[in-house]
Design a protein around this ligand. Structure first.
Ligand code: GCO
Ligand code: MG
Length: 454
């Protein structure tokens, strides 16, 4: 792909070397290049220091992944994080290469809380997925590094295991109830007890529509077919209800609206889908309409999962507040929310408020982020259900240790750190696509020609 900023190496950009004495900080001669080290660093006499924060782009299954490697002066000791934001990959990479790497080189990697606050403050302005993913990539790498230093699996640092496996859901999509019920049954036979079901809507572009032949595929790529909310609300609840009738009880069915309804349509959708016995409906509304979740909860008993588009854990607070929370599942995406450090705090609050975690984990979350998420799932009483991507052999080659679902669940390896490594040589065989090639959903329009807001 094109490499803006004239990067010399298409895959790896080393951090700018710290100029000795560049900080001009007196009293910290053993921390060359570090601007204002933490006051206790000298006192502690820490031997391990960050020597580089490197970023790598790779797309072994077509979706761009941005991997962060925090390296140290101790031979072989490094941590790996995932900063993958498929919609803003290069901007996140710039935050890492141009801002966070120079800030971090020379520092003691042990003080994760301190470094997280320092990185957050360095942006001055708050929020946004670009800062969030960059921070999230470094944060997970620091946790991985700390666990490796201690020779412990990451979940041990979070209090240890509270379960042996994280139940996971897989995806099926298709044209109608008969086809979908067959696919749910097939997923069930592969061991999944939780299945997300997306149904095609005739005449409307939506998730679950693969198109029929090359002409359809081209139209879908251009998003030439509009999104039709009214048809979606009329059609999908009935299909989900029929799928439930066909598969019977015992398999949990989930559905993702991808934030594509307005509050009035969302109320109507919930009313129509009551009989489908869903495990949850995900993201009925765009984040801008989040104030309406209280009304949805008051009018329906269908469990709600919310938050995939949030880029700050604070956005969950109004939904968890009040006499009773208005959501059932917090849909956390660990890279976007700034990593494990803030998400663990949110998880603790969810536990206290009786809300479950339903971490985001489709194929745009790399195996590194998946493994970090799994460490939280396995150690938190708030855990509810994990979305699990099905990664192919090319992904497992780039990411040795990739966890794959078995019997409908994910089990961490128990090796030090989060347990997933990164093969730089294999990664080079999978260049990332051009920036606008990946996600064409942004081009989607409504039947009246207006832009469809996710
Ligand atoms: C999910 C998500 C994905 C998103 C994707 C965007 O629940 O799995 O909604 O389907 O579309 O993460 O990059
Ligand atoms: Mg989603």
């Amino acid at each position: 792909m094109a490499q803006p900023g004239a990067r010399s190496d298409p895959l790896s950009v080393p951090a700018a070397p710290a100029a000795p004495g560049a900080s001009g900080v007196t009293g910290a001669p053993d921390v060359p290049g570090v601007l204002a080290p933490a006051p206790w660093v000298e006192e502690r006499g820490a031997k391990v220091r960050i020597t580089a924060v490197r970023t790598f782009l790779t797309a072994p299954h077509g979706c761009p992944h941005l991997i962060v490697r925090v390296e140290t002066n101790e031979p072989g000791l490094y941590g790996l994080g995932c900063a993958s934001d498929p919609q803003r990959t290069l901007a996140v990479r710039s935050v890492l290469d141009d801002y966070l790497a120079p800030l971090l080189v020379g520092r003691d990697p042990d003080d994760i809380e301190d470094l997280h606050r320092l990185m957050l403050n360095s942006a001055y302005w708050r929020g946004g997925s670009i800062t969030g993913n960059a921070l999230g990539g470094v944060d997970v790498a620091l946790w991985d590094l700390k666990a490796k230093r201690l020779g412990a699996p990451l979940y041990s640092l979070f209090g240890g295991r509270v379960r042996t496996r994280a139940d996971a859901y897989t995806h099926v999509d298709g044209a109608g109830a008969a086809e979908l019920a067959e696919k749910v049954t097939a997923a069930r036979e592969r061991g999944y007890r939780h299945v997300r079901v997306q149904a095609a809507v005739p005449g409307s572009d939506t998730y679950g529509t693969k198109g029929d032949g090359a002409a359809d595929a081209r139209a879908l790529r251009r998003r030439a077919v509009p999104w039709d909310s009214a048809a979606y609300v009329r059609t999908v609840p009935g299909i989900l209800t029929e799928v439930r009738e066909r598969v019977g009880e015992g398999t949990e069915l989930l559905h993702d609206v991808h934030e594509r309804l307005d509050p009035r349509q969302a109320r109507d959708f919930l009313r129509r889908v009551e009989g489908a016995g869903l495990y949850f409906v995900e993201d009925l509304l765009a984040p801008e309409d989040a104030a309406h979740f209280a009304g949805l909860r008051a009018g329906s008993s269908v469990p709600l999962a919310v938050g995939e588009l949030f880029s700050d854990v604070g956005q969950f607070l109004p939904l968890l507040d009040g006499p009773v929370p208005v959501i059932d599942f917090a849909r956390v995406r660990i890279p976007t929310l700034g990593g494990l450090t803030p998400v663990r705090k949110l998880a603790a609050l969810c536990e206290l408020r009786g809300v479950r975690l339903a971490p985001h984990g489709p194929a745009d979350v790399s195996p590194v982020a998946q493994a970090a998420t799994l460490a939280l799932d396995i150690s938190s009483h708030a855990f509810g259900i994990q979305e699990a991507a099905v990664f192919g052999p090319a992904v497992a080659e780039v990411f040795p240790g990739t966890v794959t679902a078995r019997d409908g669940g994910l089990v961490p390896h128990g090796t030090p750190g989060h347990g997933v490594d990164f093969d730089e040589t294999a990664a080079r065989r999978h260049p990332v696509p051009e920036p606008l090639e990946h996600d064409r959903w942004a081009l989607l329009r409504n039947t009246d020609g207006s832009v469809q807001r996710p």
